[in-house]
Structure formats: C-alpha cells, structure tokens
Design a protein around this ligand. Structure first.
Ligand code: F6R
Length: 236
C-alpha cells in the first residue's frame, strides 16, 4: 500500500486528479469507478480543469459509480446521479450514456445488483476505483457487518452514516435509510484503488482500516489485500 500524507485538501485533490488523469491518458477507454460525498469534490474540480485546459479526453471512458440512495431518482438533488452530473459529468467530455450509477429506484434490487455487476464484468472490470471512507470504515455503502458482501446489494445505512450524511439534507429524517452499493468483488477486482480522505476525524478510522486487523467490521480493511492501493490523506 502506498500511503501518502499531504498538507492540504488542495494537494490531495491535485494528486488524486493526476493519478486518475494518468490512467485516462494511458488507456483512453478506461473504466473509471467513481465516488460521491465531499472528499472527491476537489478531485472532480481538478479533472474538470484538466479536461478544459489541458485537453484531458474522457470521450472514450466509461464510468461506474459506487452507490445510490434507495428511492431517489436523478431529478432529486440529493441523489448521487444528480451529484455526479452536477459536479463532474457536466464539465467533462464523457459520453453521458457511458456513465453508470446503480438505480436506487429499481423495483427489484437483487436483479439491479446482478445486472450492475454483470455490466462491470462485461466492461472488463474497473481500471481505477476512487473511494472515500466513512467514519465507520465503510467503502461505497458497505457498512460494518459480520461478513464482506461480494455483490452489488441493498444495504441499511448505519445510524452513524445517516448522521454524517444528514449535513447534505434539510434534516436527519430526510436522509434515506437504505442504499444500493457495489459490493467488495468489483472493488477488489479494480486494477487500481485510490482512497482519499481528509480531516482529523478520519485519522482514527484510517489507522484501523490500514494498520489494524482485516475484518468486515471495518469494511475498508479488506483493501489491505489489494495489490495496488494508494491512500491520500490530508488532516485539513
Ligand atoms: C459515496 C461513498 C461513501 C463516501 C464516504 C465518505 O459514494 O461511497 O463511501 O465515500 O461516506 O464520504 P465523505 O467524502 O462525504 O466524507
């Protein structure tokens, strides 16, 4: 594992964007695994700049997102599809028809999960998976549990996740209680994993995840078994 500590969120974002850009330059038809939340906002802003000012070309790329809230469709400004359109896709030259986010409004989540995994497999897997980390150690919305779940699946969000994500909603009651998330198989099969985290409050969980035992109670700890993981952390 490559653990890089930087002194600012700006540096984190610049470095993360450079790593993703490198994948895109070397493989113009790369499959990019993307995340939402506050951690990647700076990275997406830098990627947008690179597309606009440096000609970084996303036209051949496909993107697959980690997760989506159950019950929110793309018109809902709290949905992750909306987030991706607003913060990245509208600024880069990716073909919107080649951007995928699990469907949080699917009538059958098991079939949706199966179809999502099959699609990723048919794309040849993910070339680089960008991840944030939850305060409880979740990646995607793989919450602490007795076991790691392989498939894309429906999850009940932990109280701590609902609490943490309530900052984006009018009230805590508005935060959906369930989500659909990519499982550990597609994440672990990604050729490269790039996890970004900022803030003092993420320090303890990073230590547990990357220097503690591998356990499904700290879902990100599974990444210790991945052969190409870069973690970029900034305390600020
Ligand atoms: C979002 C996701 C989550 C977040 C995590 C950290 O797609 O998969 O695992 O990465 O909750 O969120 P932030 O970056 O808001 O601290």
């Amino acid at each position: 594992m490559n653990f890089i500590k930087v002194e600012s969120y700006e540096k984190l974002s610049m470095l993360a964007a450079n790593i993703i850009a490198d994948v895109v330059i070397n493989k113009p038809n790369a499959v990019l695994g993307l995340a939402t939340g506050s951690s990647p906002l700076g990275t997406y802003a830098r990627l947008a700049e690179k597309c606009k000012n440096e000609g970084l070309d996303f036209s051949g790329c496909t993107t697959v997102n980690l997760d989506e809230y159950v019950g929110l469709d793309e018109t809902n400004d709290q949905s992750y599809r909306y987030f991706m359109n607003k913060n990245l896709f509208s600024y880069i030259n990716v073909d919107i028809n080649k951007t995928f986010v699990p469907n949080g409004c699917a009538s059958d989540m098991a079939s949706e999960g199966e179809a999502y995994d099959k699609m990723i497999e048919e794309l040849g897997g993910i070339d680089i998976q960008l991840l944030g980390i939850g305060l409880d150690g979740h990646i995607g919305f793989n919450e602490p549990d007795e076991y790691f779940t392989k498939e894309t699946h429906l999850v009940k969000l932990d109280e701590s996740t609902i609490e943490a994500n309530s900052r984006f909603f009018a009230s805590k009651d508005d935060v959906p209680k369930e989500a659909i998330t990519m499982g550990m198989y597609s994440i672990m099969q990604a050729k490269k994993v790039l996890l970004i985290a900022n803030g003092k409050n993420k320090k303890e969980i990073l230590e547990k995840a990357f220097y503690g035992p591998i356990t499904p109670y700290v879902p990100a700890s599974i990444l210790q078994l991945h052969k190409d993981v870069t973690v970029i952390y900034s305390e600020n």
